[in-house]
Design a protein around this ligand. Sequence first.
Ligand code: HAM
Length: 437
Amino acid sequence: MAGFQSLPGFRDFYPEDFSRRQHIFRVWRQNASAFGFQEYDAPVLEPLELYKTKSGDEIEAQLFSFKDKGDREVSLRPEMTPTVCRMVGAKAGALKRPIKWFSIAEFYRYERAQKGRLRAFHQFNADIFGEAGSEAEIELIALLIQCLAGFGLTKDDFYVRLSDRDLWFFYLEALGFNDAQSRALLTAIDRYEKMGDDAFKSYTEAHGDLPVDQKDKVLAFLKVKGLAELEAALAAFSSDKIAARLNDWRKVLAGLAAMGLGDFVSVDLAVVRGLAYYTGFVFEAFDRKGDLRALAGGGRYNDLVKKLGGPDLPAVGFAIGDVTTGLLLEQRGLTPAYVTAPDVYAVIGGEAERKAAFADIHALRAAGFKVEYPFKELAFGKQFKVASESAAKLALIYGGDELAKGVVKIRNLTDRTEHEVPRDQVVAAVRDTLSGD
Ligand code: HAM
């Protein structure tokens, strides 16, 4: 069809797509609430300044930004984190700690089109403010896992890779790197999985002039998988900072294991996260097969609230995306069936019977039943055909004979049984019939 189309990377949600999206949102919302998180929302358009330098080069290059009619530099939000920091920062004194908030919202990034990446997508964001201890990481990683397991996904379908920017900085410092070198190196590590060893080496040569033996140590650390390996890699350094950090690691892993979630989490120092504001633990969720881009990502960002003008407030959080989550659910056959069937279809004899039917139809709908009826006069046979095509459970028959007797006929469209009920008892009779009494 010629004519208008939606922009590249933007989606139309036809009712069936919308119902899938609602299913995803429902599971997220239900679990966030079970974990005691409170829901908030925020503007979709923000001052451009909010995203300058704080989120990092990659997001900044992808902003949908423009000047509004008042000559303000504005941007559609690419993520929630700066906004939620502004909100919490502005009222931090009045909020009960720990502050546990979540939201479900749409975000906009001018990304290159690829599987699992769009220009408008939804995220579930969950963040904890005001807790410096790694108890906050335990709570959030458990919520992240439950927000995926809640769809029926298992440890064989997805996992969370846990890493630590603090530990990377401590390790690189112990190897003799200065802060600027460490930062350049972490950028290279963020790209390591796409580039491989050789490309990584040439990148680091171009950016950080590292001695070869150090490069090899970095590559070895990058490949650490598991707590025992991590402890072994750090055994040579007798730094208090490193010892305290390893204790945090043990605490997080033991806490998640005690919740029965140990199999969902793997230690993986190759994850460092592209966004600029992370300061400590960072984590990402992926499908086990490795077919899809990241399902979720997050970490600790203790400096951002302050950088945005608020108080010094530690924070941790993550976001899950709806695009990769939807693709994974589809791959695993976990997308729920799309159901539009009404509970009741009202079969109406003629215009004379319509008034009586309307009274009951409205009373049934007000009582919460899903009720359909034909807008126009139709032969009985046609109405029954429509009723059975709609997969309605019951037909309510408003014929002249029935109404003359002061009754309505209820036909069960599954087992074809029929019975008559007095007009003033239709709602109760429908309720009883549907509940199988
Ligand atoms: P992020 O890693 O940029 O983190 O995004 C989190 C998730 O959002 C990704 O894993 C992916 O599922 C989804 N996502 C991101 N970009 C796109 C896209 N273009 N198309 C489809 N899905 C996408 C953040 O946004 C951080 N603000 C998360 C956070 C919250 N950190 C602390 N609190």
